[in-house]
Write a protein that binds this ligand. Structure first.
Ligand code: F6P
Length: 479
């Protein structure tokens, strides 16, 4: 069989399609409504694009297939690989380490070995899919070794990497026993993209301190063993966004507006609806949020009978201990506050351990007077942007943790330090009581930003910069 020839290859931990198994065992795929795939779809369709990723199921070996113009290249992972590469090294080592060690990272040598093997597997699939001179765009912390592995096999490729989560300061990153290997892995890319300037600066400092490469501003000189410059890589910030136009449009449809109304009615038409939407993850500060909300109710400044907090906590990484523990803690705390402040037929916290389709999310955003984003550390936080994109009525207040990437862009939000419970309570009260004129003023400012800087602009900017890095290599570079 002829080798596939794709000019644009995305490599991500997951494929952007969900598997649906029919009763007869037949497999069908449904496009997952992620921002990244939406942004890249037109480009991939016109560039014979391929997407290399895991199916989300153990031991599912499936041949590549076309999904609406994108060639899907499934990577099969065994039970052991899921346990050690995905749940282990990615989500129990790197995830807590890169999120300011909010939970303790576990360092296990077997997990590292499996992480390396799985990264090799992804790299070989990308090698197989990429045409001569193709652009390969690797996504996120699960695949940090792929850039270097791929460059070794295919020096003809243009290689990009984007890091969706925070990159920690040197003092934290240095705990990783394989810190040098991971940095070298990332430096296989021509362009290493981050969410914030601070993440890029952290990375550049790690490069300087943990490797022999020299940096100058955003540039990193990659030398060979005889100190000859081989090529020049770049590390810079490209804050990701959402398909804001789509959310904006969706939230204006009569169906979504009617559903938003119905949600408020189902809640008993409270005067104020607050909303939290997160994966059930300890980085999201859900316990801090619930504690602050409970204490606001205790202050007797607002009547518990007239407010409701809807907390959507979608199931995530349920085989990892820290996530199981968090679920227990959240559920105990929700029960405690509902027991104390709820009444018959009225829970002050409506806790929903589910995921919802985009239409229902848009209705929830429209139904919420106050959106609470209280992350302790968050690469970007797209929920904050979705809330803003949905509010074409210019109403609603966004309370936003300063520890999110979004806080650097979303001027107009009420910023909080979620560790400061008193400060958080004051901002929640301010949000609940904010006059409509101020809501409008703030929301308009937020919307200008979110509607202008959408995910298509993000991917275009990233890919244009990648092209610039590759075409502007200095003369003396010998590749
Ligand atoms: O934010 C990082 C990220 O990996 C996202 O890309 C993803 O949507 C989310 O976390 C959930 O990740 P998982 O694939 O572990 O369910």
């Amino acid at each position: 069989m002829a080798k596939p020839q794709h000019d644009l290859v995305v490599v991500a931990n997951r494929l952007p399609v969900d598997l649906r198994l029919g009763e007869d065992g037949s497999a069908t795929w449904k496009r997952a409504p992620g921002g990244l795939v939406t942004a890249l779809a037109p480009l991939m369709q016109s560039n014979e694009g391929a997407w290399v990723g895991w199916t989300g199921t153990a031991d599912l070996a499936i041949d590549p297939f076309d999904d609406d113009g994108i060639w899907m290249v499934p990577v099969s992972l065994s039970d052991k690989e899921i346990k050690e590469y995905y749940e282990g090294f990615s989500n129990d080592t790197l995830w807590p380490l890169y999120h300011d060690v909010i939970a303790a990272p576990a360092f296990h040598r077997e997990w590292w070995e499996t992480y390396k093997e799985v990264n090799e597997h992804f790299a070989s699939m990308a090698d197989y899919a990429a045409a001569e001179g193709a652009t390969v765009w690797i996504q996120d912390y699960q695949l940090q070794l792929v850039p270097q592995l791929l460059r070794a096999a295919r020096p003809d490729l243009r290689i990009g990497y984007f890091h969706h989560i925070p990159f920690p300061p040197l003092e934290i990153y240095s705990q990783l026993p394989w810190r040098k290997q991971v940095i070298e892995g990332l430096l296989g890319a021509d362009l290493v993209g981050f969410q914030r300037n601070g993440d890029a600066a952290n990375f550049l400092r790690c490069v300087r301190r943990l490797t022999d490469h020299t940096t100058s501003g955003q540039q990193i000189d990659i030398d060979d063993s005889e100190d000859r410059l081989v090529r020049r890589a770049r590390a810079a910030a490209f804050p990701i966004s959402i398909d804001s136009g789509r959310f904006n449009k969706l939230a204006k449809t009569p169906e979504v507006r009617a559903r938003a109304q119905a949600i408020r009615e189902e809640l008993g038409n409270p005067e104020c609806v607050l909303l939290g939407v997160d994966r059930l993850d300890y980085t999201k500060g859900i316990l801090h949020r619930i504690k602050a909300f409970g204490e606001v109710l205790q202050m007797e400044e607002i009547d518990p009978a007239k407010v409701t907090l809807i907390q959507v906590a979608s199931p995530s990484r349920e085989n990892v201990d820290a996530y199981q523990q968090l679920r227990e803690d959240v559920e105990i705390q929700v029960g405690r506050i509902n027991g104390e402040f709820g009444g018959i037929g009225h829970a002050v916290i409506n806790y929903l351990h589910h995921s919802y389709p985009m239409e229902e999310m848009a209705a929830l955003y429209l139904a919420a007077d106050v959106m609470l984003v209280t992350s302790l550390r968050d690469g970007m936080n797209l929920v904050a942007k979705e809330y803003v994109a949905a509010r074409s009525d210019d109403r609603g207040v966004l309370v936003l943790s300063e520890f999110t990437g979004a806080a650097e862009e979303l001027h107009g939000a009420l910023l909080i330090n979620p560790h400061d419970i008193e400060g958080t309570k004051a901002q929640i009260l301010k949000a609940v009581k904010m006059p409509v004129a101020e809501q409008r003023r703030r929301m308009r400012r937020l919307r200008r930003r979110v509607l202008t800087d959408d995910v298509a602009k993000w991917s275009n900017t990233y890919l244009a910069t990648l092209s610039d890095v590759v075409t502007s290599q200095p003369e003396r570079v010998d590749t």
